[in-house]
Design a binder for this molecule. Sequence first.
Ligand code: IMP
Length: 199
Amino acid sequence: MRVVVATGNPGKVREIAEALEGLGWQLEGLNGVPLPEETGTTYEENAALKACAAAVATGLPALADDSGLEVSALGGQPGVYSARFGHRSSDLERNLYLLERLRGVQDRRAKFVSVVILAYPDGHLETYRGEVLGTLLEGPRGENGFGYDPLFVPDGDTRTFAEMSLAEKRVISHRGRALAALLQAHRSGPPAREVIRAE
Ligand code: IMP
């Protein structure tokens, strides 16, 4: 099956391609198809906006991830707004801003959430969600990954996501979990659709 990966984030592209290798899908880039503005207030809404726009524009099934970091001491912020946290324009600046906001704060708990949506050109959607709990360091560690990876240590580990390989991060991460659910559902072909019958 040809599937468009509806994201402009190279970090997400790498993780999605690595996680779905076993399906034998032909993953394609956006090839100039513009992504809509993320005007939703939930991960589900934003993932659906991106996946549907790409599916309609290309006539192919399209996969989108919307994700974010929810920080306990910030009441769940930045959440769906993680990519624009503090109006900072790079991963490095957002990490420094987050560290600044958490300076002197004891409660370092945080959660990553990923919602992956596979949209078909006929409007059908499949939705998969993954989460991982962890803590935020007081300074960055590691060179791999993207976004807040250098600050986030998942529960049960001592390394940040940026100190892990793609495969190691996939086993634990929010996105890896959402994609594992997709993989499971598609192991023997596209999953059956729910049929609603009107009497
Ligand atoms: P969006 O899904 O395009 O709205 O962007 C999600 C933002 O959340 C990214 O730009 C990162 O800042 C952050 N994020 C989501 N997933 C991860 C991850 O796996 N590692 C690090 N940061 C992430």
